[in-house]
Write a protein that binds this ligand. Structure first.
Ligand SMILES: Nc1ncnc2c1ncn2[C@@H]1O[C@H](COP(=O)(O)OP(=O)(O)OP(=O)(O)O)[C@@H](O)[C@H]1O
Ligand SMILES: [Mg+2]
Length: 360
């Protein structure tokens, strides 16, 4: 006998009726608890002066206070993300520190110099808009650099040797120019600013301090150098977290903070973090002024979305993308936020970072 199926009944889950507040305090009646959410990913949208920096810093600061095991890596494009107790590395012409995009992923199934050369070429291709010939040539140059250091794809025991950096790349290109290669000459010109800044040729600090902040503000927007550095940092974090293996609970090991989502919109590594990072305990917090500046992966996968006041021309788009009433989006004042966390939605007055540390 065919009976109609009973109507589904939605029972609140234990987590949904949980009343005791856990996690970190964002503002009156609003807590962010990564252990109660599908992932630790957060995106923050707001116009200039809406409170993005204050909200990012408040979240970073509270995470550190509440969860002793968590580490922060802050990629700071504006130079205003400083937090107490941080280790700061400025990346500029004078700094002794850099980021090496040629650091190899040691995973024997998905790493090695060949894949690193391909990934690095793809990043530079986008950032410096290289054509197919230059792309092939650059890949070839990178392979030669790894070989010269005795690092061979087929022999993983060689992968832990000191990787080449952009001094090696420059020398290799110059050698080819001297041999009369015209295409190498064009490549050299293309990389002139990159070589001049030298940030990919200097000693790279470890990413293991409690709070590591890379201050990229001096790079400005020079030919996407900041974007390349951010992508390299994201990739190294993802690689090292994969090597550590999957986490048991839901609490992330590390939060990567990036205050300019548009700089990493095309970053493959950041997309992978938004897709896969959760398993390995790598979360990410992205902020930006406009919806277009986030990748589709970021918007689709972040289980926490924070909407601060946006530009009037963006009310409609933000309301529909983030599923809030347009009138609510339009009524926000600086540091007032509409917050969506998993299935919950709230309006909250964010307590800014500067208030949290007053008198400390
Ligand atoms: N130390 C402070 N004391 C008082 N008010 C502050 C302090 N720092 C920031 N504010 C205020 O907090 C609000 C949010 O500033 P915030 O820097 O977070 O904005 P933002 O969204 O990051 O802007 P932008 O896109 O320009 O970086 C602003 O109204 C600002 O004037
Ligand atoms: Mg800001």
């Amino acid at each position: 006998m065919n009976r109609p199926l009973p109507k589904p009944r939605f029972m609140p889950t234990a987590a949904a009726v949980k009343t005791s507040q856990s996690g970190i305090f964002l503002g009156e009646g609003c807590y962010y608890d990564p252990e109660q959410l599908p992932n630790g990913l957060i995106i923050i949208i707001g116009a200039s002066g809406s409170g993005k920096t204050q909200t990012l810093k408040a979240i970073g600061w509270e995470l550190i206070q509440t969860y002793p095991s968590i580490r922060l890596v802050v990629v700071d494009f504006h130079g205003d993300q400083q937090l107490p107790g941080e280790t700061r590395y400025a990346l500029d012409m004078e700094s002794p520190h850099g980021i090496n995009p040629l650091v190899i992923d040691f995973d024997t199934k998905a790493g090695g110099p060949d894949l690193q050369a391909i990934a690095t070429t793809a990043t530079f291709k986008k950032a410096l808009t290289m054509g197919t010939n230059q792309e092939g040539l650059f890949l070839n140059v990178l392979s030669a650099c790894y070989h010269q250091r005795g690092i061979i794809q087929e022999d993983p025991s060689t992968w832990r040797r000191e990787p080449p950096n952009f001094d090696d790349v420059r020398a290799e290109i110059e050698e080819r120019v001297e041999e009369g290669c015209k295409e190498s000459m064009k490549l050299e010109r293309k990389f002139a600013a990159t070589f001049r800044y030298g940030i990919f040729s200097k000693t790279q600090p470890p990413l293991t301090a409690k709070i590591t902040r890379f201050d990229l503000s001096a790079l400005g927007k020079v030919e996407g150098l900041g974007a390349i550095a951010a992508d390299a940092i994201a990739k190294q974090l993802l690689d090292s977290h994969r090597i550590m293996g999957e986490i048991k609970g839901r609490l992330p090991r590390t939060y990567l903070f990036i205050d300019e989502a548009k700089e990493v919109k095309n970053s493959r590594a950041v997309k992978l973090i938004f897709g896969d990072g959760r398993k390995y305990g790598l979360a990410c917090v992205l902020a930006s002024q406009r919806t277009e500046e986030f990748s589709a992966e970021a918007i689709a996968n972040a289980s926490t979305k924070i909407v601060l006041p946006v530009d009037v021309t963006d009310y409609k788009k933000v309301a529909s993308k983030f599923r809030f009433a347009e009138s609510k989006v339009a009524s926000l004042k600086p540091l007032e936020a509409l917050v969506r966390m998993g299935t919950q939605a709230k309006q909250v007055n964010i307590v800014p970072f500067w208030q949290r540390v007053q008198g400390l």
